[in-house]
Design a protein around this ligand. Sequence first.
Ligand SMILES: [Zn+2]
Length: 143
Amino acid sequence: MKSLEEFISRAKGAVDVIGEKAGQFVDVSRLNVKLLEVKSQIKSELEELGKIAYESYNEEQGIENKPEISAQIKCLKALYEKSEKIRLQIAFMKNKILCKTCGFNNEVGSLYCAKCGENLKKEGAPIIKKSEHEEDDFVEFDD
Ligand SMILES: [Zn+2]
């Protein structure tokens, strides 16, 4: 049988990992991971589309209009929509001021945390804003 102390320390560890303080931070990085996954999925599906188109080509008709091509394009459209949604979500979450004390996402321009009253302009309080540089990284599939 496990000791009570062991159980408590385990429970504490679990709370630290999924704790409120890191909550919003974890969500943005999770979304970034998700976005990267979708991006690599788009890459491989585009490759697959190229392969299907290549294999559907013949000298007389050019690219034959196979149902696989439309299906593949539909799949890609869904993936592009998905990546757009994730990007919007990330931008939405980043255009906030995260409270260092309680992890609450405050509206840009807030001076104090709406949840715990922490001074958000205080030195060291991370101000997470939409960064144009980071945004650029997310739009590479828009062309
Ligand atoms: Zn707060």
